[in-house]
Design a protein around this ligand. Structure first.
Ligand code: 5GP
Length: 217
């Protein structure tokens, strides 16, 4: 785990801050997964939150990297043990975010990037009002359909259903703080990076005691 927020020389008087909670939602096919993965891979101080799901892995997916693939009884046990910060049923499968992971990572000063659906984002907004909520749109509905079809792992019925659900999800765009249109992945990455960099220096996330100590004493 990269952790640039750890101050140079522990015990020094460098500023401290808890990690940001960055929530990214988008309809399937908007390219959100690629965007989040790329971001977490290249940006120091940022950790991707790997969700738990009861969905079967797609051919290219790896357990523990893309998702933790678990059974429905295992998932429900985690629900009962209160291990999820949020969980939801999406496209007939269960998905959840591990609360302990979020807490530990943010407490260590590392920012967390989450890829959750709109139901999950709503729940997280209640629990983490300081979270940053980002919505990713495809360039058009036609491109969205093309992208869903290109992903050969889903059946035509599933593709059709995801397309319909996408329109419903997009209705919620104004609940988010930022909108990124994923027309060109490099530009979308730059947009997301800009959001994270700006949020890191926002006054709400500053170590006020450190500033007072350093400059106002
Ligand atoms: P997919 O099956 O295509 O990987 O993901 C389907 C949907 O589930 C996406 O909208 C994705 O954002 C959402 N999702 C993935 N992980 C979670 C999670 O932990 N919680 C919630 N609420 N949604 C998730």
């Amino acid at each position: 785990m990269r952790d640039i927020a750890e101050p140079k020389g522990k015990g020094s008087n460098a500023p401290r801050r808890t990690g940001l909670l960055l929530v990214v939602s988008a309809p399937s096919g908007a390219g959100k997964t690629t965007l989040c993965r790329e971001m977490a891979h290249t940006m120091p101080g940022l950790q991707y939150s790997i969700s738990y799901t009861t969905r079967s892995p797609r051919p290219s997916e790896v357990d523990g990297k893309d998702y933790f693939f678990i059974t429905e009884p295992e998932f429900m046990q985690m629900v009962q043990r209160n291990e999820f910060a949020e969980w939801a049923k999406v496209h007939n499968n269960l998905y959840g975010t591990h609360a302990g992971f979020l807490k530990r990572t943010m407490a260590g000063g590392t920012d967390v990037l989450l890829d959750v659906d709109i139901q999950g984002a709503k729940l997280l907004k209640k629990r983490f009002p300081d979270g940053i909520f980002i919505f990713v749109l495809p360039p058009s509905m036609a491109v969205l359909m093309e992208r869903l079809r290109e992903r050969r792992s889903d059946t035509p019925e599933e593709i059709e259903r995801r397309f319909r659900v996408a329109r419903e999800e997009i209705r919620n765009f104004s609940d988010y703080d930022y909108i990124i249109i994923n027309d060109e992945i490099k530009k979308a990455i730059r947009d997301l990076e800009s959001v994270i960099l700006a949020e890191r220096i926002r006054i709400t996330h500053a170590d006020r005691d450190w500033i007072r100590e350093q400059f106002l004493k």
